[in-house]
Design a protein around this ligand. Sequence first.
Ligand code: ADP
Length: 368
Amino acid sequence: KKKIAVMTSGGDSPGMNAVVRAVVRMSIHMGCDPYCVYEGYEGLVQGGNFIRKMEWNDVRGYLSEGGTLIGTARCMAFYERPGRLTAAKNLILNGIDALIICGGDGSLTGADRFRAEWPSLLEELVSTGQLEAKQVEPYKHLNIVGLVGSIDNDLSGTDATIGAYSALARVCEMVDYIEATASSHSRAFVIEVMGRHCGWLALMAGVATGADFIFIPEKPREDNWKEEMRQVIRKHRDWGKRKTIVIIAEGALDRHGTKITPEMVKDLLADKSGLALDTRITTLGHVQRGGTAVAYDRMLATLQGVEAVKAVLEATPETETCVIAITENKIVRKPLMAAVQETKKVAKAIEAQDFDKAMSLRDTEFSD
Ligand code: ADP
């Protein structure tokens, strides 16, 4: 019987539990033994009780739980080879044939590195006498598949990451709450949402709530943005709107690479010689990650979890390591490293203030 392990790693996102449930139950359905690695890479390095066999009933109720019930962690040891060596040893000692990892681009980068190093890790385990040659023989190739769990929707090559639509729903809900006060008092609110290199959450929340002005990292405003913002908001107020909502992604910049902060925007809105609005700042923070997954994320996580198990069972030594994506409503396999590298290019382009490139690399619905 093949042993298939699943783990969640990096920042948690709604839908990760649905992934674990799908992988565990699909593995059983396919006649395999499912395992969970608790606490992400930390559990892989620690071994022992962190790697546990799962049964069908162990994941009951997982669909409607937020966060990740098997835990996640940032693991420093896995950045170093000795950590990965111990992780390899633990996988072999537990007889794990395949590993399905749900995490962000960091976790997937770690996964790819682990897979690339695998043959040399086995050699070292044998040459240092930690394992015998015949023990490692059945594990010549590391069978790894990635799933993208991230609220930022920041991975290239997939239309949606697991958790992004839940976070979007949460942001919209929070903006609705804030709007009640804004309208009542005729106030302005500057709302900061998550997204360091990715403006998807901010942009989509802005569209979905009818925000007056939006700032995202990939497409900075023109140099006259202050004047433009004043004019737009003035116009909306003149039309009788009693509330003003400005949404800023946490990584928003101006054309010269200077961070646009909520305080800067607040000062402009409140400026006595300009709009003179009673203005408050709300940083949404971790509520964006919390709560249960919306139906879309449960569906995405379940379909992708099933596909991940199929992918590990169909893998041959020649198969390229894949990540499960969704493009145009189809669940597809994509080369893992290419997806991670494309994602990193966007962050690099933003850091280099090459915003045209950043926008052209974004293959999502807001490329114009
Ligand atoms: P996310 O997966 O949400 O992007 P991180 O970037 O923190 O989150 O990555 C999660 C974990 O993945 C890290 O704590 C580390 O253990 C592992 N990891 C990330 N990048 C690498 C890397 N370049 N090499 C090895 N391990 C990595």
